[in-house]
Write a protein that binds this ligand. Structure first.
Ligand code: HSE
Length: 336
């Protein structure tokens, strides 16, 4: 299966390492032989139509901080140029989420779809800003569009709601979908101030390069958009979310929750409206997870409320969700 990989950050590198370490098993068990023909990062590109060597890519990236030094040929191409000039079966889009214009991910995804390539995205920007039209574009071009890793990292939240609960009518859901703010609020509950808890989260490398994405609720709102479209069949984008982050949460708010035998969490909910906001959750509710964990509770018409808990981020975890999507695509293609 010919693959173009956009971006070569932590998740993409983890994916390439997974391809290498599970090479034999992927072929023997699933008939999947990933042939990565092009990859790029912010400084350059690596292209080899016969397949880039996974180990060499990771080593070059580690040594030079870019894949540009992999080869002297085709080493300064942009993602758009790569997608225009080379054909592949699947685009895997892992560049950084951007909620202003969703670029460059949006151009990568639309270019690939128009060329008839299937797309896997862990980049949330394009989905948050244009979910309905991207689905239409995928349908129009008869390509598969997968994005398991955009919500919950390696925890299969979307798959659970879409497939395990198929036939059910999900009436509402509420989730803690941003690990960083959950870590900060969990630490504030142990007595740290907002500033102290934020510094600790930054020291641990949890906070996004643009801290606003976590602190102002944009990351959680993007995930809520994806869930609302995919699970509830709504046609919504970022402006449809009422979004409040955690910057104004005080120790007093945390203490008030404690008095109510509750914990204060940044909750993304879909009930009568779509809201991201700090909210008290009763201590005995399984949704009230601590640290960087994510959790989501789906309430359905007949099967009650079920809560899924898991790690919502991490390179290997998110890479494993890409692999799931790739295997799905492989199986669908094999059926044809
Ligand atoms: N910044 C995100 C979080 C990363 O803290 O959950 C995963 O989307």
């Amino acid at each position: 299966m010919k693959i173009i990989l956009c971006g070569f950050g932590v998740v993409a590198q983890s994916l390439v390492k997974l391809f290498e370490s599970r090479k034999d098993e992927l072929y023997a068990k699933y008939g999947l032989k990933p042939r990565l023909i092009a990859v790029f990062d912010s400084k350059g590109s690596a292209v080899d139509q016969s397949g880039l060597k996974f180990n060499k890519l990771v080593e070059i990236k580690k040594k030079y901080g870019t894949v540009k030094n992999y080869s002297k040929e085709n080493n300064a191409m942009t993602g758009f140029e790569i997608l225009k000039n080379f054909d592949a079966d699947v685009l895997i889009e892992t560049t950084a989420s951007n909620y202003k214009d969703a670029e460059p991910g949006m151009t990568h995804i639309t270019t690939a779809m128009k060329k008839g390539m299937h797309v896997i995205s862990v980049n949330k920007g394009p989905l948050a800003l244009a979910f309905p039209s991207l689905m239409e574009l995928a349908t129009y071009n008869q390509v598969m569009f997968k994005f398991s890793g955009t919500v919950g990292g390696g925890t299969p939240i979307l798959d659970y709601a879409k497939n395990s609960l198929s036939g059910e009518k999900i009436t509402s859901f509420a989730g803690i979908l941003n690990g960083t703010t959950n870590y900060i609020l969990s630490n504030m509950a142990t007595g740290l101030s907002f500033e102290e808890a934020l510094k600790d989260a930054k020291d641990k490398g949890y906070v996004e390069a643009d801290e606003s994405l976590d602190l102002d609720g944009l990351d959680a709102a993007a995930k809520l958009v994806i869930l609302a479209n995919w699970i509830m069949g709504m046609k919504v984008t970022m402006p449809d979310i009422k979004c409040t982050g955690i910057r104004k949460v005080t120790i007093e708010d945390i203490k008030k929750a404690e008095k109510n035998n509750s914990v204060l969490k940044l909750v993304a909910s879909c009930d009568n409206e779509l809201v991201v906001s700090p909210k008290e959750i009763p201590k005995e509710d399984p949704l009230g997870v601590n640290g960087t964990l994510n959790a989501i509770a789906f309430t359905s018409e007949h099967s009650g409320t079920q809560t899924i808990i898991g790690k919502g981020a991490g390179g290997t975890e998110t890479a494993s969700s890409i692999l799931r999507d790739l295997l799905d695509i492989r199986q669908e293609i094999a059926k044809k």
